[in-house]
Design a protein around this ligand. Structure first.
Ligand code: C5P
Length: 218
């Protein structure tokens, strides 16, 4: 297996930007696994399914392909909410497992960001980060991001969304959002994204050196 980097954490913690920067720095392809759940949520809604219907959502998940992940509709607030509702179903998570593991198995190695990469999808990943920040700071970042993409929202509502999503993602029974025992915690509350990306790069550099040394030893 190539060098796999698992980047987990809650919404707007900075993990997406960090994962993209790590991919560029280490020459690794990056999969934003949140997009998979967002696509399932949005496609379910378009097909008229209730996001609470796990069997219908799992059918949509099983038919999902990487080409469907570029839709800008997946970046909206509504898509985030739908994603976290379909993500509670074990059958949906099972249907998306192979796609994620196949991405991680690429010869080149890979970076995957999500909620359960270090705990469930790639528990053997040699580099694991758990990126977090306070709900207030994450809501502020998300609110600015939404405004920049033309989706004006009320800060208090975005904060309420953030807390609801944290509770649902962390409280579900199957593959809850969690920091793996061997992940390094990166709290970005007081950091600029540059500072956070730099800290992440140093952590991953050290992990890569250990991984290379372990491959070289008999
Ligand atoms: O990271 P992002 O905000 O795009 O994720 C959207 C939702 O998808 C999350 O709130 C979570 O419910 C779900 N998700 C998940 N497991 C992942 C990635 C995302 O359950 N690995």
């Amino acid at each position: 297996m190539g060098f796999v980097v698992a980047v987990d954490g809650p919404a707007a913690s900075g993990k997406g930007t960090i994962a993209a920067r790590l991919g560029a720095a280490f020459g690794l392809p990056v999969l934003d696994t949140g997009l998979l759940y967002r696509a399932v949520g949005v496609l379910c809604e378009r097909a008229g399914h209730d996001p609470g219907d796990g069997a219908a959502a799992a059918t949509v998940a099983a038919a999902l392909s990487a080409e469907q992940l570029g839709d800008p509709a997946l970046r909206t607030r509504r898509a985030g909410e739908l994603a976290s509702r379909v993500a509670v179903h074990p059958a949906v998570r099972a249907a998306l497992l192979d796609l994620q593991r196949a991405f991680a198995r690429q010869e080149s190695g890979a970076v995957l960001d999500g909620r359960d990469i270090g705990t469930v999808i790639c528990p053997q990943a040699p580099a694991k980060l758990y990126v977090t920040a306070t709900p207030e700071v994450r809501a502020e970042r998300r609110w600015k991001q939404l405004a920049a993409q033309g989706e004006a929202a009320d800060y208090a509502e975005v904060l309420a969304d953030t807390r609801r999503r944290d509770a649902r993602d962390g409280g579900r029974e199957t593959a809850p959002m969690a920091c793996a025992a061997d992940a390094i915690l990166l709290d970005t509350t007081e950091m600029t994204i540059e500072h956070a990306a730099d800290a992440a790069r140093r952590i991953v550099e050290a992990a890569r050196a250990r991984w290379e040394a372990s491959k070289a030893s008999p």
